[in-house]
Ligand binder design. Sequence first.
Ligand code: SF4
Length: 483
Amino acid sequence: MNMEKIIDENKQGEALVLNTNNKNTRKLFIESYGCAMNFSDSEIVASILAKEGFNTTQNLEEADLVLVNTCSIRDKAEQTIRKRLQKYNAVKKINPRMKVGVLGCMAERLKEKFLEEEKIVDLVVGPDAYKDLPNLIKEVEDGRDAVNVILSIDETYGDISPVRLGGNGVTAFVSITRGCDNMCTFCVVPFTRGRERSRDPQSILAEVNDLAEKGYKEITLLGQNVDSFLWYGGGLKKGFKKASDIQKATAMDFAQLLDLVATEHPKMRIRFSTSNPQDMSLEVLHTMAKHKNICDYIHLPVQSGSTRILKEMNRQHTREEYIELIDNIRKILPNCSISQDIITGFPTETEEDHQDTMSLMEYVKYDYGYMFAYSERPGTLAAKKLEDDIPEEIKKRRLAEIVALQREHCAFRTEEFLGKIFEVLIEKESKKSDQHWAGRTSQNTVAVFPKENYKVGDFVMVKVNDCTSATLIGEGVGFSDNN
Ligand code: SF4
């Protein structure tokens, strides 16, 4: 399909690379909420609909079809979607032919109920049913509402080459697994994205080859739980037990996939997300140490520092096992930065459990993190079995303490860069100055420095002269030999 590359601008004024097919006449407005998986899925959807004559547009009022890729991880995320749908009501008055569809986890969680609760919605499609979109759109155009929320045991969209949406032409997501089998008691993902399955490494490699040819410099291998990637010919991860000896002998795990992609593309920066401590192996750490182009950064959600709460969350590791993994990371990858996810106020959490979380943070001193108060999610094991018994004001106070401590640790970690020189990949213009570029180090820390003769996509050696708790401030001292 001959896609034309045009440069547009998003709401933040950042340069956007939009791929359009000038034969397509229909307009698709697609917006994504939530995790990187949703943003990656929206690129799959744009590709499926490009074959149906749709080009993406940034202009809502000219859209024939509006799709919202929704998130259900917390109640607040769903409220954001409902508010957004209200906005479409106004636009529909200007553009009555516009059809509205909801995709993603909230669509999967609510199913047909979404049509009853939000009258503007014509189409409800779950994360595994995007290939059915052409049929569903026909049904809507014939005046019927359309729903497909069937979860799959083998769909990985490995045969769809994504249409890159709103990217910078430098970094891209490459999904490697779908679904999750871990059943953490607070989490809706296993119910909204189904059972775990891995994508064929050859189709992953083909996508990375294509990105390299198009000049991309960094990829993020994506999954709810990338460490449990296991390819043995297709199908559910849990089917591996019944796999044949040849399938077991030729199976590929995450460390082997990392090694394959890093070896095939030594100049491509490689990141991965999200990891689960219970599935992360030492082989992964040794593979990261072996390849300079695998970034020195691990996002390692912990959720709580209390072994008792981890048990209530059905996290398959203790505080001690998590600390042992941190110690191994520090030993094998001394320059590696680590970020966290933490939930405060989980049912039955005591002050002592909270202090366990604070002391674990003090031990690790994370580079940064994503911290939230517990939000009960309908249908999860915690919602069924545990009363949401921690008062809001206590949740808020504990969250404030954790956020404040993390801010101290962010500053501690960025100060470690002072006076040193790091390789930075330029991604865009600095938000604060059009005389400066912004990019990230291998440690995923943002750095800004004067533009001089550098350009987006360059690997530049940057001397760090100053910093805030989140950003390094420096000067370019030449191109990296990786450039
Ligand atoms: S590992 Fe746990 S928190 Fe992460 S997606 Fe799976 S069930 Fe949810």
